[in-house]
Design a protein around this ligand. Structure first.
Ligand code: K7E
Ligand code: CUA
Length: 667
């Protein structure tokens, strides 16, 4: 440190001082000598303003300017599309306007979200708590795949489902107010990945396991992997009328201990069938310290793994017939029954398959192998014919019939190194993300020839096109969801953002329009829908409880505010309106149980209040009309200011009051 300082204090060195004085003198002499009688005009320094000047100054090409014009939204101009992206490890959902790529909202799902008061009031706290498996205390989620609800195979803009890979959970988000309404969890499987994917009319939300484990959360030695470890797929029944998953009407199918991966539900021709990829047909389970190969090589021995074909329509009947065993509260069709009843078939898929995607006409299934260079296009009708004729290449160790790969597929597209996921447009093209090569490959569904590759930056995982996984893909835009950002953005240290790259796919060739750093979670997948297909309410009727979906029984009408002391505690009926809470003084005794009923009686758009009491870890968001209940024990004596946390009016700071908690025995 000292040495550094010495080197830098050059002005203290006498020799350096002499040098500096000489330099100053020379510069001064030159300046004086160069000074004629008339003063020269200082060269005009005006920042670039016109379009040509800006292009020159910033080194922009015409394509750059075109891209800017396609994405720029002047103040007040709204986006044509909305993208719902997973918030990854943040366990929440990210809502993004497309093509501007502006983040519009986060939605709390598997994680408490303070701004929304999500996880702090009684209803949302209970929802998060009840979703805990094994009475755990999980504070995060690993969200991967948002799925918009569908009618006839196309987005209907009503609901959105998301998954938690780490702690198998599925959440239901209502698109009428963008609020998480329900989280279902299961102890049947111990990790998942193939979710959420919906059947064409959202009859079911599919959730399939990833890392095999004994079903139901019991222990078994890993040496008994083949015999006792299992995968499974759960079909969560969605009750559209209620807007909730009906756990009672849901079921599961036991699967062999391969690592099931992504899933898809067929539509049109392939309606009634689900398709689930898997890797690790080798049934390796690691054990490096015990002399086994690591999972990464142990699972990469065979040239093919299995794409699972699941006849869920027929499975419904098997469940209705009661041919199931109950595990973790779910009726489970055993592997044996699934084989007997013809519910499950395999077809080999190229090395370590990942994505599985249905073509818009529902007739084919596209599968890509992470360690392969192809996208394989399977023909649904050919596979059904093979099943019908009983033409199998034998069975696997669990008795599941294996369809011959060659006869099951129409062909393979030579894509590139590490193809993952595929989406479609409205002009007969498929777009496949290619992870290792860092490109989006555009290829013709008809000829299976790649027509173009667009470099992306870098290591793309999923990609999302507007309606790209429906019967009605729209084309227009595609977002490449890149895992690595490397040199794209100003450095933020060792943790880099993700990079969402917006690509125009409406022209003859793909055009990269915009890089959007995503500073939250690792968002795996996203879906894009027209903004005008969404019908969001902006005001709740007064007293509406968004989680209960009705006017809360404790909703407070203006004029009805009061505090009641009863046997079970102190009941506070409070309203919020610009710019006061009423009541604004609440007198309590230490140890009182407080039942706080909070109603916003606002009916003006965007007039949002927040409510907090210092010291009590309470925060509620009060959108217009919203009602929330908060129950807590006033166990900390003292004077606790309560206040509004949203700058709601000029007198927002005055929107405050006191919780006075008198100590026991009065001090
Ligand atoms: Cu490819 Cu979880 Cu869909 Cu990530 S998964 S990329
Ligand atoms: Cu209400 Cu600030």
């Amino acid at each position: 440190m000292e040495r550094l300082d010495e080197d830098h204090r050059w002005w203290t060195g006498s020799r350096r001082t002499v040098v500096a004085l000489v330099v100053l003198f020379v510069v001064g002499a030159v300046v004086i000598a160069g000074c004629p009688d008339e003063p020269t005009e200082p060269e005009e320094v005006r920042p670039a303003r016109t379009v040509p000047e800006l292009m020159e100054a910033r080194g922009l090409s015409e394509a750059d300017v075109q891209a800017a014009l396609m994405t720029y939204h002047p103040s007040g101009m709204q986006d044509e599309f909305v993208m719902f992206a997973s918030g990854g490890q943040a366990g929440n959902l990210i809502v993004i306007g497309v093509p501007s790529m502006r983040i519009l909202r986060y939605v709390g799902v598997f994680t408490p979200e303070p701004w929304q008061g999500y996880g702090y009031d009684d209803d949302t706290a209970a929802m998060l708590a009840e979703s805990q498996r094994f009475d755990g205390d999980i504070s995060w989620g690993d969200m991967h795949h948002p799925a918009l609800s569908k009618t006839d195979g196309d987005y209907d803009g009503e609901y959105l489902f998301v998954n938690d890979k780490a702690n198998p959970r599925v959440a239901v988000i209502d698109l009428s107010d963008l609020v998480t309404k329900q989280i279902v969890s299961t102890e049947l499987i111990q990790s998942e990945h193939g979710s959420t994917f919906v059947t064409p009319n959202t009859e079911y939300v599919i959730q399939s396991a990833q890392y095999p484990a004994p079903l139901g959360g019991v222990f078994a030695p890993i040496e008994e992997y083949d015999e006792l470890y299992r995968g499974a797929v759960i079909f969560w029944r969605f009750d559209r009328e209620a807007g909730r998953i009906d756990e009672e009407a849901s079921f599961a199918i036991e699967l062999p201990p391969y690592m099931q991966d992504l899933a898809a539900a067929g539509w049109l021709e392939s309606e009634g069938w689900a398709f689930i990829n898997s890797f690790n047909t080798e049934r390796a389970y690691g054990g490096i310290q015990e002399g086994n190969p690591p999972l990464e090589s142990g699972s990469a021995q065979f040239d093919t793994d299995f794409l699972h074909l699941v006849d869920w329509r027929s499975a419904e009947q098997v469940v209705a017939d009661g041919n199931t065993t109950t595990i973790s509260d779910l009726p489970v069709i055993s592997l044996e029954t699934a084989v007997e009843e013809g519910l499950l078939y395999f077809v080999p898929a190229s090395k370590s398959p990942h994505g599985v995607d249905i073509t818009p006409d529902g007739s084919e299934i596209v599968v890509s192998g992470k360690l392969d260079t192809h996208a394989t296009v399977y023909s649904f009708s050919q596979m059904m014919a093979l099943i019908e004729e009983g033409e199998f290449d034998g069975v696997d160790d669990y008795g599941v019939p294996i369809l011959p790969m060659e006869q099951a597929m129409r062909g393979q597209a030579e894509i590139g190194l590490g193809p993952l996921h595929t989406q479609f447009d409205n002009r007969g093209y498929a777009y496949t993300s290619v992870y290792i090569e860092s490109v989006i490959a555009k290829w013709s569904l008809e000829t299976l020839e790649v027509v173009e590759k667009l470099p992306v930056h870098y290591n793309v995982g999923h990609l999302s096109a507007v309606g790209g996984d429906t019967v009605n893909p729209r084309g227009r835009f595609l977002v490449s969801m890149n895992k690595w950002a490397l040199d794209r953005f100003t450095s933020t240290g060792p943790l880099f953002p993700q990079n969402f790259q917006l690509i125009d796919i409406s022209g003859d060739s793909m055009q990269l329009l915009y890089d959007m750093p995503l500073p939250l979670g690792e968002p795996h997948y996203a879906q894009m829908i027209e903004a005008d297909l969404l019908d969001l309410d902006t005001i709740y009727p007064i007293g509406y409880n968004p989680i209960q979906g009705e006017i809360d029984e404790n909703a407070v009408e203006p004029g009805d505010e009061r505090i009641e002391r009863r046997d079970d505690g102190v009941h506070v009926y409070m309203t919020a309106i610009r710019s006061h809470f009423n009541p604004d003084i609440v007198r309590l005794q230490e140890g009182d149980t407080v039942h706080l009923y909070l109603t916003s009686v606002e009916q003006a758009e965007d007039a949002i209040h927040g409510f907090t009491i210092g010291g009590y870890d309470i925060h509620v968001s009060l959108e217009p009309g919203k009602h929330a209940n908060v129950t807590f024990v006033a166990d900390k004596p003292g004077v606790w200011p309560m206040y509004c946390t949203e700058f709601c009016s000029a007198l927002h700071l005055e929107m405050a009051g006191y919780f006075l908690v008198e100590p026991q025995g009065g001090e």
